[in-house]
Design a binder for this molecule. Structure first.
Ligand SMILES: Nc1ncnc2c1ncn2[C@@H]1O[C@H](COP(=O)(O)OP(=O)(O)O)[C@@H](O)[C@H]1O
Ligand SMILES: [Mg+2]
Length: 252
């Protein structure tokens, strides 16, 4: 395994609230790292720092050795940072397929000049993207609802669509923010399968999740955060038997 994402001494605060306090984490290709901790620990903020929504106050974040310092979100996405959102952020009035087709970079059909002056190339790329999106939906057994509005599908299906959209750009770093929250049944099993497959394909995956059995089933190792700090890290079993974690997280 080789390191794909590396955070070194990353700090961020908002006024008096410290959301990242000298955070250092390496995530390897093929690894599924669990990121756990109570609400307000700074887990989503860490994803916001990696994906470029928040600038770091200090510290460095690299992907495949390249610094993300100062790069906007879209450039980080081009370098392979893909994420899902805790609150999904899907376009509710668009269809499932349309929600996937908004994701790709350099989508030629978005530019009217391409449609007019390069119709054949635009059509070919559109078809390829369409096929790519449908292939992802097939993997999730969502092909039957490709043309259904997101408003009209179940919550579990919406969570899968959020993941499907994140997969559209084939980013090598996959950041999943509470993918299982509110998900059960078939969607739960599908989510697990896809996350496993993505790691097996060599992606570095980081999952924020409160669902302990999901973390146990999937993650090679985990990090426990509270108040912007990493308090523990190690194998999932070690973390889950930690007294610090039990006191802070489970209130035991
Ligand atoms: N943009 C922001 N401005 C001010 N405070 C923020 C901002 N983003 C996050 N926070 C605060 O940082 C803390 C950590 O939030 P968050 O990263 O969402 O935690 P978690 O995902 O672990 O529940 C919370 O107290 C939250 O209110
Ligand atoms: Mg969060």
């Amino acid at each position: 395994m080789s390191t794909l994402i590396s955070l070194h001494e990353v700090c961020k605060s908002f006024g008096g609230i410290v959301v990242a306090d000298h955070i250092s984490i390496d995530i390897q290709r093929g690894e599924i790292l669990g990121l756990i901790g109570p609400n307000g620990a700074g887990k989503t903020s860490l994803f916001n720092l990696i994906s470029g929504l928040y600038p770091v106050d200090s510290g460095t974040i690299t992907v495949a050795g390249q610094s993300l310092d100062g790069l906007p979100l879209y450039q980080r996405a081009r370098l392979g940072v893909a994420r899902t959102w805790q609150h999904m952020r899907l376009f509710a009035s668009m269809t499932v397929l349309e929600n996937l087709l908004v994701a790709p970079r350099d989508y030629p059909g978005e530019q009217i000049s391409h449609i007019i002056f390069r119709p054949q190339q635009t059509r070919t790329t559109d078809l390829a993207l369409h096929e790519h999106a449908m292939a992802i939906l097939h993997r999730m057994n969502l092909q039957g609802i490709a043309h259904t509005h997101v408003n009209d599908i179940t919550f579990g299906q919406q969570k899968l669509v959020g993941l499907a959209r994140a997969l559209m750009n084939d980013g090598e770093c996959l950041l999943l923010d509470e993918p299982m929250a509110g998900v059960e049944g078939a969607a739960y099993e599908t989510m697990k399968t896809i996350v496993r497959e993505e790691a097996a394909a060599g992606r570095a995956v980081c999952v924020v999740e409160h669902n302990v059995s999901f973390i146990k089933d999937l993650c090679n190792s985990a990090v426990f955060m509270a108040s912007g700090k990493i308090l523990e890290r190690g194998s999932v079993d070690t973390l889950l038997s930690s007294k610090t974690l039990a006191d802070l997280y489970f209130g035991a």
